[in-house]
Ligand binder design. Structure first.
Ligand code: IPM
Ligand code: MG
Length: 362
């Protein structure tokens, strides 16, 4: 087994280091190779996703990814911006299925901006299509308008599009995931306005007929955004397109109180995957040793489960995380009065200790 480790920028290096330490105490046989990505790669090689990094990612069984981005690259030409690295990895590895769980940990109920009773026990799985939609649709660009409200004016445009097979495969992923949970799928669209999402709805409905045991409902994206803060526990598996998924997954993540807790997995059709925390590179706190490494540690657990076929090892990580929370340890983002504030490294130490103690006592 080979894991490509791509820490990236900002807090990426600190949090990935903790996840790697956790992986190393599990006594598994795997090899890791680290490479630069994002702004760090741009500085060293002139490109956010150098050929060598892409090659390593393609050859590996899984990619453990930190985060990319920094405001200082905002003025670069788009192709050189750090975000292009993650988009390039998704596209080149065909990582079309993005799993973003939003789970509210019992001990962190108070960290949410919503009332505890609304989010206690929350467990949503957002499945976001990740290689299509307006993110990748061609053509796109800038030009002089020939029609519209201001003919002759400078304009910019993108293309929203989905093909039947793209929708079918993500729908299958969602229905299969629902079978392992409470057998409910909500498909989020904008069929009332957009041709692309009327088609999305039609195709998801067709695929749903193959899963008579799974209840399917449809919701417009604006309503979904509202229902997520009104009654989030109504949702179980949510499947949606790339752009709506980008927005709703941040919203769902924040319901749980801290985006610093949430892992994610992006898979292709051969279960090769990229695993990354749902949060970004947080340049404002980078290098201070205060970032929460738990989302990355939990992403490593998802990696063991989905790509490396080591479900027991994944369970050990997840229960170690619950244990350190139960011990009252909190990084700054999830700290509240009465708990113990720790830094990135100490949090990693605590997870490692919880795992190794488990090993000894069986
Ligand atoms: C995400 C991020 C990315 C996206 C950016 C960094 C390109 O927001 O993974 O949700 O928009 O997909
Ligand atoms: Mg996003």
């Amino acid at each position: 087994m080979k894991i490509a480790v791509l820490p990236g920028d900002g807090i990426g290096t600190e949090i990935v280091a903790e996840a790697v330490r956790v992986l190393n105490v599990l006594d598994l046989k795997f090899e890791t190779e680290t490479a630069l990505v994002g702004g760090a790669a741009y500085e060293a090689h002139g490109h956010p996703l150098p050929e060598s990094t892409l090659k390593l990612a393609k050859e590996a069984d899984a990619v453990l990814f930190g985060a990319v981005g920094d405001w200082k690259y905002d003025k670069l030409e788009r192709q050189f911006r750090p975000e292009q690295a993650i988009l390039g990895l998704r596209k080149n590895l065909g990582l079309f299925a993005n799993f973003r769980p939003a789970i509210c940990y019992e001990q962190l109920v108070g960290a949410s901006s919503l009332k505890p009773e609304l989010i206690a026990g929350l467990d949503i799985l957002i499945i976001r299509e990740l290689t299509g939609d307006i993110y990748f649709g061609q053509p796109r660009g800038r030009r002089t308008a020939v029609d519209g409200h201001f003919p002759g004016a400078e304009e910019a445009f993108d293309t929203m599009r989905y093909s039947r097979p793209e929708i079918e495969r993500i729908a299958h992923v969602a229905f299969q995931a629902a079978r392992k949970r409470s057998k409910r799928v909500t498909s989020v669209d904008k069929a009332n306005v957009l041709e692309t999402f009327q088609f999305w709805k039609d195709v998801v409905t067709e695929v749903g007929k193959e899963y008579p045991d799974v209840a399917l409902d449809h919701m417009y994206v604006d309503n979904a955004a509202m229902q997520l803060v009104k009654e989030p526990k109504k949702f179980d598996v949510v499947v949606t397109g790339n752009m709506f998924g980008d927005i709703l997954s941040d919203e769902a993540a924040m319901l749980t109180g801290s985006i610093g807790m949430l892992p994610s997995a992006s898979l292709n059709s051969s279960n090769q995957g990229l695993y990354e925390p749902s949060h970004g590179s947080a340049p404002d706190i980078a290098g201070k040793g205060v970032a929460n490494p738990l989302a990355t540690i939990l992403s490593a657990a998802m990696m063991l489960r989905f790509s490396l076929n080591q479900p027991e090892a994944a369970d050990r990580i997840e229960s170690a995380v619950k244990q350190v929370l139960a011990q009252g340890l909190r990084t700054a983002d999830i700290w509240s009065a009465g708990t113990t504030k720790v830094g990135t490294r100490e949090m990693g130490d605590a997870v490692v200790a919880a795992i190794t103690k488990k090993t000894i006592t069986g």
